[in-house]
Design a protein around this ligand. Structure first.
Ligand code: GLN
Ligand code: ZN
Length: 770
């Protein structure tokens, strides 16, 4: 039987973030549309050539996107909200980018997810953006309204297929499947599935075009199949694939990000020619699949991790695949698109060589597939050296002192429930804290960061380039901090922050100060559009060699009598925004981080901090795709937060911050975190979510954000007073704090000044309303 290898999608940004440069030049007007399209075409060609040179038999086309593949699909189907339409011709690039980024003036920002188009007169905001399944990639949410007219636009996937073909690359076009697209869509006043038949017939037309153009196979992605499906979704899948599986084009139904589980029999029985399954997240599903898969169903096995950066132990993997390859033709592939990993490890020259030999980025992952293919088709002896190499790396990783630290292991095994219990209950603690802090009703505070201005980023860049020495950089940061403290006193805030000027990023800053983390120079991964991130690599046991934030806190506190909050990123957030170890469960890594943060919390307390904030911005993001796994995740996530925070005495106030508004389904866990004060996002939802907190009788204090920091708009005092009056319909006034939605790092100082002044005035008004 023969084995071939496929990629399901390749990073679009280019090895040196060429796409980012091309997009930003185009958006700023430096270049024109044809320059942008030319760069994009160059990137596609380079990706095809690269993948072919590496030995891929099945190359994807249509996986490239100028911004987002979900947006591409929406535009292709004509699901363009009325407000973005210009004329009645086909949607052009300006419509596309208007949906992606809004139009001039409608800038948004905050939470690291600012994707606005710039300053000026506000006109159109972008479509809503949210996380793609459980990844850190963000897609533009499709929008459907009653009576929405759908019609095919320019078929990008067809153009890309033809473009590849003209260059001598035979490719397998990639489409986002209709049922996943509908499942991700937001219906405004209509159930998206009402559009099923219309959408499916458009897909039929697209497949027809692709077939006519010469495509033999089409990859159709339905990652929704690894989630809990409703009857509506199942029926939709049956109906859709009964119509789409036609003789002309063979469909490779592609699933990823988990196991098919209860959907396995169902998926294997759909009338498609091939099925791709994720054997990295769900290795066990292969046995069940082999039992039910019809003989003529071409199986594509996702055996190389598309979500993480570790090299595979090819020897061990071969032992699992050989018996299957003996009885069926197989395609081997990464578990999912390589969109989620950096492009090429060869560009990393500063990583520890020992660590480097354990890693594989997109390019190296295709190389691994090529080795597997040869071993299976020609015999292991033909790639003996490569296999030995991979084995050696795997063994080294299992035993390396770089990774394994007996002290950390000892501490983790010594964790007892006592470690995550505060001494007193919420009420006892509140009384003790009231004495120490002596705060007014409706105390005011901010979430931590102040504007990361050009000056701040410039100084950091100069310091990183070696143009500014450590003393100079430090003096600069102290100056910024001192000014922020002075201003906070002047404006009349009750609990101050140091401003986080020294932090490049809320996770990276801590990763750089903990052992067990490494940082790349070119390990960029697309977050959305032109925005790329370089996630830290958590490779080894985590410990904290020395205090990370205490000096900044001490300095800030030395400048004022008012309490300054210690400011830390929580263990769950650090974990969820990093590439993490695959040699132990995520929760084990998280406990190690939790212990390190606990050390910092206790040092801050010992230095005199009366309040310490442990941010868990990404706690919700870590929720598993399957509902039944939620509780287990929430349990260990909450436990880790508590390990980090619960060591302090009753009089020390623990704050936490979460920048989202969907809480209702996880409220018991939020309560179980047992923080003294939680600040959350609510400004955009009219305090509605406080209803849930009230119903649950949330006992501690809450700071519902009254200033939406995601937009440049400065709210007035009256508006904030009104919001806080609404808040009092749900919660007791003694529970309420007054603060913005999130950190202020993406805003400008003039906006921040006016907004916080108004906020302090609002709190004073509220105090007079007893
Ligand atoms: N303390 C952080 C800040 O203010 C929190 C950021 C966040 O929640 N995303 O920037
Ligand atoms: Zn936030």
């Amino acid at each position: 039987m023969t084995v071939s290898i496929a990629t399901l999608g390749f990073p679009r940004i280019g090895p040196r973030r060429e796409l980012k440069t091309a997009l930003e030049n185009f958006w700023s007007g430096k270049t024109g549309e044809s320059d942008l399209l030319e760069s994009a075409s160059g990137l596609r060609t380079a990706a095809w050539a690269r993948q072919r040179a590496l030995g891929a038999d099945w190359l994807p086309s249509g996986d490239f996107s100028l911004y987002d593949h979900v947006l591409d699909t929406s535009v292709m189907l004509g699901a363009i909200p009325e407000r973005y339409r210009t004329g009645d011709g086909e949607a052009d690039l300006s419509t596309y980018f208007a949906m992606a980024r809004g139009t001039a003036g409608a800038a948004s920002g905050g939470c690291g997810h600012d994707h606005g188009a710039g300053a000026g007169e506000a006109s159109l905001t972008a479509c809503e953006m949210t996380k793609w399944f459980d990844t850190n990639y963000h897609y533009m949410v499709p929008e459907l309204v009653p009576g929405q007219k759908l019609a095919l636009n320019r078929l990008k996937v067809l153009d890309d297929y033809r473009e590849a073909r003209a260059q001598g690359f035979e490719t397998r076009p990639v489409l986002l499947g209709p049922v996943t697209w509908l499942s991700l869509a937001k219906g405004r006043g209509v159930d998206p599935f009402e559009f099923l038949d219309e959408v499916v017939s458009l897909y039929g037309v697209i497949l027809g075009h692709l077939g006519q153009a010469g495509a033999e196979w089409v990859q159709i992605d339905e990652p929704i199949l690894v989630t809990d499906l409703s009857d509506i979704q199942r029926r939709a899948l049956t109906r859709a694939y009964a119509r789409l599986a036609r003789p002309g084009v063979k469909l490779m139904l592609t699933t990823y990000f988990g196991g098919l589980e209860d959907n396995l029999g169902f998926a294997a029985a759909l009338p498609v020619a091939g099925l791709h399954v994720d054997l990295v997240r769900a290795p066990g599903q292969i046995d069940a699949l082999l039992k039910v898969a019809p003989k003529d169903l071409l199986l594509s096995l996702g055996v190389i991790d598309g979500r993480n950066i570790w090299r595979t132990d090819l020897d061990a993997l071969l032992a699992r695949i050989e018996p299957i390859a003996a009885i069926r033709d197989l395609v081997l592939a990464p578990s999912c698109s390589l969109l989620h990993v950096p492009v090429d490890l060869a560009l990393e020259r500063r990583l520890d060589p020992e660590l480097t030999q354990w890693l594989a980025f997109a390019v190296q992952k295709v190389e691994e597939l090529a080795i597997l293919k040869r071993a299976l088709n020609e015999g292991r002896e033909h790639v003996a050296e490569a296999l030995a190499d991979s084995r050696r790396a795997a063994i080294a990783r299992r035993t390396s002192p770089l990774i394994h630290d007996a002290t950390v292991a000892g501490r983790v095994s010594g964790i007892t429930p006592a470690l995550f219990e505060r001494e007193g209950d919420v009420a006892t603690r509140a009384a003790a804290q009231a004495v120490v802090l002596d705060l007014p009703d409706f105390p005011t505070t901010t979430i931590g960061s102040f504007p990361q201005t050009e000056a701040v980023r410039g100084a950091r860049a100069r310091f990183n380039r070696g143009e500014l020495d450590a003393a100079g950089y430090d003096a600069f940061l102290r100056d910024e901090t001192a000014r922020a403290i002075r201003w906070q006193e002047e404006v009349g805030l009750d609990m101050l922050v140091h401003g986080e000027f020294e932090r490049n990023d809320m996770v990276q800053y801590f990763g750089e100060r903990l052992s067990g983390f490494a940082f790349t120079v070119s390990g960029w991964v697309q977050s959305y559009g032109s925005r790329c991130v370089r996630p830290p690599i958590l490779y080894g046991d985590v410990s904290r060699p020395s205090a990370m934030t205490v000096e900044w806190w001490r300095y800030a506190q030395s400048l004022t009598e008012r309490p300054v909050k210690g400011m830390l990123t929580g263990p769950v957030t650090i974990l969820n925004w990093s590439f993490v170890r695959d040699d132990q469960p995520r929760e084990a890594s998280c406990r190690q981080i939790a212990l390190a943060i606990r050390d910092e919390v206790l040092d801050l307390e010992a230095a005199g901090a009366r309040a310490i904030q442990v941010d868990e911005a990404a706690l919700r993001e870590g929720l598993p795709l399957r509902h039944r796994e939620w509780q287990h995740y929430l349990d260990w996530a909450v436990e880790c937060f508590r390990i980090s925070a619960a060591g302090v005495g009753d009089a020390t106030q623990i704050h936490t911050h979460m920048c989202y508004s969907e809480f209702n389904d996880i409220l018991p866990s939020i309560g179980a975190m047992d923080a003294d004060v939680i600040s959350i996002e609510t400004a955009r939802s009219q305090m509605e979510l406080l209803e849930g907190f009230a119903r649950y009788r949330y006992p501690a204090a809450i700071g519902p954000g009254v200033y939406d920091i995601h937009a440049p708009r400065v709210p007035g005092q009256d508006e904030m007073v009104a919001l806080m009056r609404l808040a009092q319909q749900h919660l007791d006034r003694s529970q309420l704090w007054v603060n913005p939605d999130c950190g202020l790092k993406t805003r400008k100082w003039p906006e921040v000044r006016s907004a916080i002044e108004a906020m302090v005035a609002a709190a004073r008004t509220l105090r007079g309303e007893a």
